[in-house]
Design a binder for this molecule. Sequence first.
Ligand code: SF4
Length: 394
Amino acid sequence: MSSLYELQAPTEWAAPPEVWSSSSLDEVGACPRRWQLLRSRWGDHERFPVRAHPAAIEGQVVHDALDRLARACGQRGNPAFGTIAFMEAAAEADFFGGFANAVADWQERLARHPRPGPPFRLRTTPQELANRAIRLFREQYRPGAGDGRAAAASVGSGAVQLAGLLRARGALSEVKLRHPSLPFLGVLDRVQLTGEGAEVVDFKCGKASEKHRTQLMRYALLWWRVTGETPTRVTAQYLDGRQSSDVGEAALVEEERSIAEAIAALTDHLSGRPGSARPGPGCAWCPVRARCDDGWALGEENARSEGRGDAELTVVGQPGPHGFLCRDGVGGEVAVVHEAAVAPLVPAVGVGQVVRVVDGVRKEKEKGKELEIRAWTEVFVGHQRADGQASRQA
Ligand code: SF4
């Protein structure tokens, strides 16, 4: 079977989601094709194996830990450091133990990538990541926000009579709800009774964003449609404060209409093979850009203006142990070079073959342009040109 770098398209295309969540609406909405290509099967790979940089992975591990801790602390009204409630929150979030598990999990995933290697190992220890997370948490956390909050009863997915349960308990957590007629669900961090009625709360680390409010309105809609009772308020609880908005039925009806339209439109956008593309600034960093003709040109242009080495080239010279000669889209010669140690990582190419180099290193030499393939660079093989001349792929 062809390698990832030779496959021109998925071997099995991802189907649209059967049931949508707030995050899948946002992700597919940003670019249906990216969502589809990332979730499709590529030969031996159940999904597109993203070559994430170790620094980005470490950032993600820290963010996930902060997210879990923010949620667990938020459920307890942001208790002070060192209190029993805080220790319980840290234990529930698996804050300290979670780093070792996350690092081990990522090392395994990196080793399974079609191009593993020493540069793609996490070097930072779980303890160092924990220290980084604690420092960030201390900078943002404001103990006491939501003091006096009632302990929430965990609900899960099987609960019925939710409105009655809320009145009896005062607060519910992890409330999984599915819309009665739309293929849409969500897990509400917390629903609590206030003097005016039910308040839907979501716990976040990071900065306030409109996206969080949209998500909360979607969750308020679920609570309304499942229980028949309109929440009066939605709140995004951050580490250092909270942002609330009042909710009315008219806004929920509008939200419902918007979700129904989005699900229909996005399902349609995912029905093509490939699905619809939404080229934009994100193309420059899109993990599947080498397999997206609509976004590639824009991404290549943006990368060039930033001095990064994305390039579509046509091979015009026989490959040797240190590289091969190419022509770029305007007919200029480009020497694609690499150290001998990198050679096994470069797929076989022949004269006339179009290649897309992702994350190479551009160099202007006296004798002409050079694009260096480093250990992290990926070379995707494209179609074979009959004339061997460089021109942009259709
Ligand atoms: S390159 Fe751009 S248009 Fe193409 S899939 Fe990625 S984000 Fe979408």
